[in-house]
Design a protein around this ligand. Structure first.
Ligand code: FAD
Length: 505
């Protein structure tokens, strides 16, 4: 499905070439620019920071160690991302792991259980079999009790999935009489990994969307790590591809405002240094929390833009821990299933660039990390030391034979740590949000939206960011070629009802 859209964009080449200014050098802005050059246009990407990548960005600390904004996993069920790697000819940078999922056992510190996907068995049978074969997490009656709740998804597909957006994972379980242990054993881990929040806060559509992809694609759940930091290993090839075909990718170019003409169309992007960037078309790929802040006053009463008020980013923390020795050698992502942590991986084993035979470097996602995400403590307001102390307590439970003061030599020593707080990461997929995600096409004739939070069938994810960027490129390229676009997404009646109350901001 990624290929078809790529082909369409290539086929639109030949129309009058447009200059397109794009705010944001994350995956969505870069993907948008990549597909615009494919369609024969001249994008200029304007990134505020000194490095590319946004939520996948990485930078070196004073010791020369890479610090990443987030631990990132690529799935087989990421068609647009896989397609992009192949178009950039960098597929060999994906380090595919064994087709399995690894969960820490909650009652048995230090022990893990796996769901294994057997080779040669097609979807959805490989998924079903992996669940049936795992004897440690759920009993057979519990597994059987879950099946009727998931049956409508298999029969009705996306339509059923979309309708569940008004329900939280909790509400859905109650409605379908699912056993509580499904939540404690599986859904908490899934919710924290997919959206950094707890299941009582998360929309059921998110869980079902992920499950549906995994059930429909034989390699859907297979995971890969990129072989190094994404700023250099993925964003740089994107920049080179764009620039080799006449586009530009510039860092240290923060946009201060979007300037408009009398008819409401964009006249320029005003940079913080006072420079005006003038183009034929304009795209924003910044997160929902930022676009709300830079929307021109002239658009601030338009329901299309006011629906974005209903979306906001969720906080999350990415932690790096360097140890004086090698811990248990697991070459995969692990679901920690501990209260403060979500997934983690030993990057010294999983990722080529960070490879170290003697010492472990773990990356861990700390979630939920605030009351908005379902946690009881606002960890975003805590110091790095407090966060590391709480993390190490959970590490002692996850690695009881390797970490902790009870061990004869005091256990593995933490030699260094880094804490990256992301106050607003992906949009919070709480119930009822999908209907407010706007189309890439907007009511403004020369302005298009991108970003993982805009309307597309994937969640706030790398795949969602690439697809949204590609869809934004499609809007611009179709308009340039005089081809019909998909049109504006319908605005929810709850927003239209408030239309007269909106005051210019
Ligand atoms: P962003 O990456 O936020 O890009 C927006 C860009 O706009 C940024 O570079 C920003 O600096 C720039 N910008 C902002 N304001 C301005 C301005 N005024 N002027 C110019 N530029 C501006 N996804 C997965 O698929 N798998 C995972 O395992 C995964 N794990 C994650 C773990 C963590 C800890 C985090 C934080 C995210 C994770 N994600 C994961 C989500 C994924 O990173 C995002 O969905 C994706 O990278 C978003 O891309 P984007 O381009 O839409 O937005």
């Amino acid at each position: 499905e990624g290929e078809a859209l790529s082909r369409k964009l290539l086929s639109l080449k030949g129309a009058e070439s447009k200059t397109v200014a794009i705010i944001g050098g994350g995956l969505s802005g870069l993907a948008c620019a990549k597909y615009l050059v494919d369609a024969g246009h001249k994008p200029i990407v304007l990134e505020a920071r000194d490095c590319l990548g946004g939520k996948v960005s990485a930078w070196k600390d004073k010791d020369g160690d890479w610090i990443e904004t987030g631990l990132h996993i690529f799935f087989g069920a990421y068609p647009n991302m896989m397609n992009l790697f192949s178009e950039l000819d960098i597929e060999d940078r994906l380090q595919w792991k064994r087709h399995q999922m690894i969960f820490a056992m909650q009652e048995l510190p230090g022990e893990f259980t796996t769901f294994d996907f057997l080779e040669g068995i097609p979807a959805p049978f490989n998924f079903g079999l992996s669940i049936l074969l795992n004897q440690k997490m759920l009993t057979l009656p519990e597994k059987l009790q879950t099946a009727p709740a998931l049956l409508p998804m298999l029969v009705e597909g996306q339509k059923f999935i979309d309708l569940q957006d008004e329900l939280s994972v909790f509400n859905f379980m109650e409605k379908y009489g699912m056993p509580d242990r499904i939540n404690t054993e599986v859904f908490i881990a899934m919710a924290k990994a997919l959206d950094f929040i707890d299941p009582e806060k998360l929309s059921m559509t998110v869980v079902l969307t992920a499950m549906n992809r995994f059930l429909n694609e034989t390699d859907g759940l297979q995971m890969a790590f990129i072989d190094g930091n994404q700023t250099q290993r993925l964003c740089e090839p994107l920049k080179q591809y764009i620039e080799a075909r006449g586009g530009k990718v510039l860092c240290d170019k923060p946009i201060a405002s979007i300037e408009t003409n009398a008819d409401g169309s964009v006249s320029s992007f005003l940079l913080r240094d006072g420079e005006h960037i003038v183009a034929d078309e304009y795209v924003s790929s910044v997160p929902c929390d930022i676009i709300k802040r830079i929307l021109p006053r002239a658009w601030s009463t338009d329901p299309f833009f006011r629906q974005i008020d209903e979306l906001e980013g969720i906080p999350v923390i990415n932690i790096h821990l360097w140890f004086d020795r090698k811990l248990l050698n697991v070459n995969h992502l692990c679901f920690s299933r501990s209260p403060l942590l979500s997934v983690y991986a030993d990057m010294s084993t999983c990722c080529k660039e960070y490879e170290d035979q003697d010492k472990s470097m773990l990356e861990l996602v700390f979630a939920p990390c605030s009351p908005i995400a379902g946690g009881s403590v606002n960890w975003m307001g805590k110091s790095d030391e407090e966060i590391i102390q709480a993390t190490m307590k959970e590490m002692e439970r996850l690695f009881p034979t390797e970490i902790g003061p009870q061990l004869p030599d005091g256990g593995a020593k933490l030699v260094k740590h880094a804490v990256v707080k992301v106050p607003r990461s992906v949009y919070a997929a709480i119930p009822g949000r999908n209907k407010f995600r706007p189309s890439q096409e907007t009511p403004i004739k020369n302005f298009t939206l991108a970003g993982d939070w805009t309307s597309q069938k994937f969640l706030g994810s790398m795949e969602g960011a690439v697809l949204a960027g590609k869809l934004a490129a499609e809007v611009v390229a179709c308009k340039a070629a005089g081809e019909p676009t998909k049109g504006l997404k319908k605005i929810d009646p709850s927003i239209l009802k408030k239309k007269d109350e909106f005051v210019p901001k």
